[in-house]
Every structure is written in structure tokens, then in C-alpha cells.
Design a binder for this molecule. Structure first.
Ligand SMILES: Nc1ncnc2c1ncn2[C@@H]1O[C@H](COP(=O)(O)OP(=O)(O)O)[C@@H](O)[C@H]1O
Ligand SMILES: [Mg+2]
Length: 154
């Protein structure tokens, strides 16, 4: 695990922070860790907008995955909070979504620990105080070329 970026931020800074994250991201697959209310969905909303999508971002709690249309790619937004086991993820085709060159953002990846790819980035958000959060962006392993995120691409 190597650290790519660490910062504290307030909600007012969200778009600036999202831009900074995109600049430091090495993979198009990103695992979002952090307790309920930490700010995972809020950050994904800002990232999706920066990637050129006008689609409405909301937590896909009931549908498990939302599919947004960005400039040249799709963005798949998963919330695995409510899945009961990995078989449920397999049944809705989780692996098929992963095996595409599209962006993949996953909230609660720990609920499908054995299915999430090794060549992903992780974002851990923790509550600092009422008005700020601490965020850490890391790379887990080497990233396969087709999953690498290149800053020039968006
Ligand atoms: N850096 C921040 N500082 C303060 N409040 C934040 C920050 N980021 C997000 N929030 C707020 O915290 C809440 C996070 O909700 P949400 O993004 O749905 O969390 P999660 O998806 O992690 O459960 C929202 O009300 C949002 O406005
Ligand atoms: Mg959420």
C-alpha cells in the first residue's frame, strides 16, 4: 500500500479536493472506506461532475449500482452496504462491471472483500470534527495498463 495523497478538507473545498484527487489517482477503480456519514457519496458526486457527467448522483443503496454517463466513459457507482454476502454481488454481475475500461467507484468494498480488484486505489475518509474530514488516497498494488488513470484523459 503506498500513499498518494493525504489532506484535511471542509465541505466548501470539496470540488478543489476532488480535482486534487483526480490528479493523484493512478487507477480508474476506487474503493471508498469510511463510516456512515463520513462523506463518501458527497465526494463521488463531485468526482462524477469533474469527469464531465451531468447525471444526478445519489447513493445507489437500493439499486446497488448507478451508471452515469461521462464524456467518453461510463462511471459505475456501487454501494455495497446492504448486500448480505459476496454471492449477491456475483449474482448482479459485479465482476462484469469490473472487467470494463470504465470508472468504478465502490462504497463499502469490505462487503465484497474477495471480489474487489487488487489493482485499485483506496480512499479512506475519517471524521476529524464537525466541519472537517481527513482523507487518504492510496494505491494497493501495481495497476494494469488498461485500468490506469491518465490525467490527460478527462
Ligand atoms: N469535509 C466535510 N466536512 C464537513 N461535512 C462534510 C464533509 N464532507 C461531507 N460532509 C457532510 O457529511 C455528510 C456526508 O454524507 P455522505 O456523503 O452521504 O456520507 P457517506 O456516503 O460516507 O455515508 C453530508 O451531509 C455532507 O455534507
Ligand atoms: Mg454513501
Amino acid at each position: 500500500m503506498s500513499k498518494l495523497l493525504e489532506l484535511d478538507y471542509q465541505i466548501e473545498d470539496i470540488d478543489t479536493v476532488a480535482k486534487q484527487i483526480l490528479d493523484h489517482m493512478s487507477s480508474k477503480t476506487v474503493l471508498f472506506y469510511g463510516e456512515m456519514g463520513a462523506g463518501k457519496t458527497t465526494l463521488i458526486k463531485s468526482l462524477v461532475k469533474l469527469l464531465g457527467s451531468d447525471d444526478d448522483v445519489s447513493s445507489p443503496t437500493f439499486s446497488i449500482v448507478n451508471d452515469y454517463r461521462a464524456k467518453s466513459n461510463s462511471i459505475y457507482h456501487f454501494d455495497l452496504y446492504r448486500i448480505s454476502d459476496e454471492e449477491e454481488a456475483l449474482n448482479f454481475g459485479f465482476e462484469d462491471y469490473l472487467n470494463t475500461p470504465n470508472w468504478v467507484f465502490i462504497e463499502w468494498p469490505q462487503n465484497a472483500q474477495n471480489l474487489v480488484p487488487e489493482d485499485a486505489n483506496t480512499i479512506e475518509i475519517s471524521y476529524k470534527n464537525k466541519t472537517s474530514r481527513t482523507l487518504k488516497l492510496s494505491q494497493k498494488h501495481n495497476i494494469n495498463p488498461e485500468k490506469q488513470q491518465k490525467a490527460t484523459k478527462f
